[in-house]
Design a protein around this ligand. Structure first.
Ligand SMILES: Cc1ncc(COP(=O)(O)O)c(C=O)c1O
Length: 412
């Protein structure tokens, strides 16, 4: 049972309408927030209000409704930037984290990476932070190299230094928090070493922004990307924070409306930041929703979210040990990991684990978690993964443990 040290500090489940839902008369035990988070009523209502009362296209109209929509969109950008400690003008809205990374790989990469250069990533990356670099390297003749993941699920700064000492690294890209291992990487230290070696860095913070306080300026990376739907916001919106001088020197990614200043018969000039990288009609309602999500998280306080999920992860690690036959993957110390817990249950395929515990409405993910190279490194075809949100509490962990005990019985 939960001890006082592990008792979660947040009690916000009732803010999330989906938890009123029952399936087969049982409550929902949602442990898949690393895939996507649930949404508080504040986000749903902000988007509903936008469509009901303010819907118009942005940046172009002089009429009141268009100005309201523009103010809501740009206001959301200001709050998103403030939430992450970034500048508003260098906070670019994209479709998701994947598009943000592709934007950098195409727009910056094609202009700056060539034969013999190295793009350095790590073995713990999500496919979104692998495949764009593969495409860049294939297209330019650069080499894609990887930092190893230790048996405990960590990276080596010595290996980073050794790679940088080779003098060929143009850009290093790494996750802030691994979506499989839960590892919290020392990204500020990594970005500083990369910078000192004359290369650029990109941090994939898709799992970090929802889980821990982040400060983009303090991390000091050239690019810092995340995705709205994991941070209590809607799908269809992601964020690229970039260093101003780098963004200004980059060519655009997509061409079209809104990203131009002047279009002539043969060529065009570009709009200021951030709009230079936002071609076409933006995801206006989604930005409004993301603005409401960061307001909500800001009110909870990200220190409180982290403390809550850290305590719950510690409790989960403790309780999973009671099941017998559970092997948790990733750092054992809750201070070094986020609320993402991948595990194997001896003798039961992860897909069977997920399916069996779904009978008790326990929602976990099973598979490669879009990290096939990491699965190869770990020597497993797949894992089961329980991941936490601010709405989870000790009873969810208890339900997971009970469901796993039952699943074991089926296979006994
Ligand atoms: C670490 C990490 N990076 C990138 C992504 C991609 O996010 P999206 O699909 O929203 O672009 C994910 C999503 O699972 C992730 O966990």
């Amino acid at each position: 049972m939960a001890t006082s040290a592990t008792t979660p500090r947040l009690h916000v489940r009732s803010d999330f309408p989906i938890f009123a839902r029952e399936i087969d008369g049982r409550p929902l035990i949602y442990l898949d927030s690393a895939a996507t988070s649930q949404k508080p009523a504040a986000v749903i209502e902000a988007m509903d209000d936008y469509y009901r009362r303010h819907n118009a296209n942005i940046h172009r109209g002089v009429y009141t409704l268009a100005q309201e929509a523009t103010d809501l969109f740009e206001g959301a950008r200001e709050r998103v930037a403030a939430f992450t400690g970034a500048e508003t003008a260098t906070t670019i809205f994209t479709r998701n984290a994947t598009e943000a990374i592709n934007l950098v790989a195409y727009a910056w990469g094609r202009a700056n990476v060539g034969p013999g250069d190295v793009v350095l990533i790590t073995q713990m990356e999500h496919h979104s932070n692998i495949v764009p670099w593969q495409l860049l390297c294939q297209g330019t003749g650069a080499e894609l190299r990887y930092l190893d993941v230790s048996d405990e699920g960590t990276l080596s700064l010595d290996q980073l230094d050794a790679e940088l000492a080779g003098g060929r690294v143009k850009l290093a890209a790494f996750a802030h928090i691994s979506n499989v291992l839960g590892t919290i990487n020392p990204v500020a230290e990594m970005a500083s070493r990369v910078r000192a070696a004359g290369a650029l860095s990109l941090v994939d913070a898709s799992q970090a922004v929802p889980q821990i306080p982040v400060d983009v300026a303090a991390v000091g990376a050239d690019f810092y990307v995340w995705t709205g739907h994991k941070a209590l916001g809607p799908t269809g919106i992601g964020v690229l924070h970039g260093r101003r001088d780098v963004l200004e020197a980059m060519p655009p990614f997509l061409g079209g409306g809104d990203m131009i200043r002047v279009v002539d018969w043969q060529e065009s000039t570009w709009n200021d930041l951030p709009w230079k990288f936002e071609a076409g009609t933006s995801m206006i309602a989604e930005a409004v929703g993301l603005g409401a999500a960061v307001d909500y998280l800001g009110e909870l306080g990200m220190e409180n979210v982290r403390a809550h999920e850290r305590a719950l992860a510690a409790y989960a690690l403790e309780r999973l040990a009671d099941v017998g036959g559970v092997r948790v993957i990733g750092p054992p110390d809750p201070d070094e990991r986020g609320g993402v817990i991948s595990f194997e249950l001896e003798g039961v395929h992860p897909h069977d684990v997920a399916e069996l515990i779904n009978r008790q409405n326990v929602c976990v993910r099973a598979g490669h978690h879009c990290a096939m190279p990491l699965m190869r490194r770990l020597g497993v075809p797949a894992t089961a993964r329980a991941s936490l949100g601010p709405y989870n509490d000790a009873s969810d962990v208890d339900a997971l443990v009970e469901a796993l005990v039952n699943a074991k019985k089926v296979f006994a």
